[in-house]
Design a protein. Structure first.
Lengths: 243, 293
């Protein structure tokens, strides 16, 4: 064996080829499953896509680096399942580009935070986390309430998502700015288009408590309130088993 | 310079590399390092055989041990459920008064209830359940929707203004913003409401305002808050005569409440918590005011 290696390392081409062979084993193990992803990942036919407002909120989540402290993946461990709910399934992130599973938790996991707390709580908490959770070390995000949400380019964001496989229709892309506005202003006629295009279950309300304008706070809270709610493929069997 | 030349000082062979007269000894890798290298290689081979390892198209090598994270967590959860069954079965089958009478059972309820409360309820109601601005104090005995375990159970399961089909619904109108009352009427009724709990005394100027406010109250507020301002648990209207205020008791806060209305929101927990969890929480929350005394 040492003699074989001695010979190998003295032959430049042979050694390069050997490195490629060994390194590609690691590549194979990681890449090969991606080619069969359609057959191996669970199916969620009822899954809906992010609305433009939620997608805008997701972009704010990325911009503010929320993923640095909050994961969005409940692992297959008893304590996590008991605290956060059923463990995350791969299909639940199928419309996340990029996925935000994360690996570090300074704050709690957010994979199933949607609907867990009220909008008013989310707003109060983002305004100043210490107001509602005295021991929190999370920074305050007050400016989200002051910044009017930029909606005019949301059609392009939807189009980009469609290019990587999210099934947005042309009508969704064309109406993206109006739908983003309508989802946070329930009293306007634009709100009707949102439930028509994205389903009756879509949350349509003034997320930041002010129905007269659409702010970044609206978008981020809309996004937080949908986390884990795009499909109930993970919750349905587990709840049945728990009872 | 040739390969395998022996170094005269150490007696070892050299690699044949030489820089400015300095030659490199061909010292072999220490045996202990090689030993651990082979141990790790052996370990990985054994691991491939026993554990899930290699991808094979639409499946993978399952390993002889049949290890599966999903089964592990499922059995861990069911083991824990079995372990707790000793007392959770009693909680499930007994009615509330019987559980409350059983001190040993209530100890388990309080222990588990504290954890459940911290995981799910504490962010709004506080770890000590004393609430905060906009979030009710659960130790105050000032129940909006009734304080019996049955009533608390319904509040937890279906929430308040939660969007669940069976949710409790409550909304205070925006009397000012919607133009029902003008500014003077609001100021009057605020003075009257504050006088109900003794926060405002009927002296001098105030006496007139409180008197005027009484009429505004009788015309607009009694439907929910009752003739005497004692509230109504059927519609979640708070008692205005006690010293407990969810949104603040100072004049400005009460004015804001009357002007802009209030619509609290509590999420529904039926889909998130098991029936036993809800029952434990209802008993725990109900027992809080006893503990706070």
């Amino acid at each position: 064996m040492p003699n074989f290696h001695r010979k190998l390392e003295r032959s430049a081409i042979g050694f390069v080829l050997a490195i490629i062979v060994v390194a590609s084993i690691g590549g194979f193990v990681e890449i090969a499953p991606l080619f069969t992803i359609d057959e191996t990942v669970e199916k969620a036919p009822d899954m809906r896509v992010y609305t433009p407002l939620e997608l805008a909120g997701r972009n704010i989540y990325l911009r503010e680096g929320c993923y640095a402290c909050h994961s969005q993946m409940i692992r297959t461990l008893r304590d996590e399942v008991e605290r956060y709910g059923p463990y995350s399934l791969a299909v639940e992130s199928q419309y996340d580009h990029p996925m935000l599973w994360g690996s570090k938790r300074t704050g709690p996991d957010l994979a199933r935070v949607g609907g867990k707390y009220s909008d008013a709580w989310q707003v109060a908490h983002l305004r100043n986390p210490r107001d509602v959770v005295p021991v929190s070390v999370m920074p305050a995000y007050r400016w989200l309430e002051d910044n009017t949400l930029k909606t005019e380019d949301l059609g392009d964001h939807l189009l980009a998502m469609r290019r990587v496989g999210v099934p947005y229709t042309q009508a969704m892309i064309d109406n993206a700015p109006a739908d983003a506005y309508g989802q946070a202003t329930p009293d306007t006629d634009r709100a009707a288009g949102v439930s028509e295009r994205y389903g009756e279950a879509t949350n349509i309300r003034a997320f930041d408590g002010d129905p007269s304008r659409v702010t970044e706070m609206d978008a981020l809270v809309a996004y937080l309130q949908i986390l884990g709610k795009l499909t109930d493929v993970a919750t349905a069997p587990a709840v049945a088993a728990k009872e | 310079m040739e390969i395998g030349k022996r170094d005269p000082v150490t007696g070892k062979t050299t690699t044949g590399h030489e820089w400015n007269g300095i030659e490199e000894l061909d010292t072999p890798v220490p045996r202990v390092v090689l030993f651990f290298l082979f141990v790790t290689i052996l370990f990985s081979v054994v691991y491939w055989v026993l554990m899930p390892a290699w991808p094979l198209g639409v499946t993978y090598t399952k390993g002889l041990l049949g290890f599966d994270d999903r089964q592990v967590v499922a059995s861990a959860v069911s083991d824990a459920t079995l372990e707790r069954a000793a007392w959770t079965d009693k909680v499930a089958s007994m009615d509330f008064p019987a559980i409350q009478a059983d001190e040993g059972l209530m100890r388990s309820v309080r222990e588990t209830g504290r954890t459940l409360f911290a995981d799910n309820c504490a962010v709004c109601h506080g770890v000590d359940a004393k609430g905060g601005p906009g979030f009710p104090d659960l130790t105050a005995k000032a129940w909006l929707w009734g304080g019996s375990p049955e009533q608390i159970t319904q509040t937890i399961e279906f929430g308040i203004n939660s969007g669940h089909p069976d949710t409790r619904v409550s909304q205070m109108m925006a009397f000012g913003r919607d133009g029902v009352l003008d500014r003077k009427q609001i100021n009057d009724v605020v003075a009257y409401v504050r006088s109900l709990s003794g926060a405002e005394a009927a002296t001098g100027d105030n006496a007139g305002r409180i008197e005027a406010g009484r009429e505004v109250f009788a015309a607009n507020c009694v439907a929910c808050h009752g003739d005497t301002g004692k509230g109504n648990v059927e519609v979640g209207a708070p008692d205005l005569t006690d010293a407990k205020w969810i949104y603040g008791s100072d004049t400005q806060s009460v004015f804001n409440t009357v002007y802009g209305g209030r619509q609290g929101h509590m999420p529904h927990w039926k889909d998130r918590l098991t029936p036993i969890d809800v029952k434990v929480l209802a008993l725990y929350v109900q027992s809080l005011d006893g503990a706070a005394k």
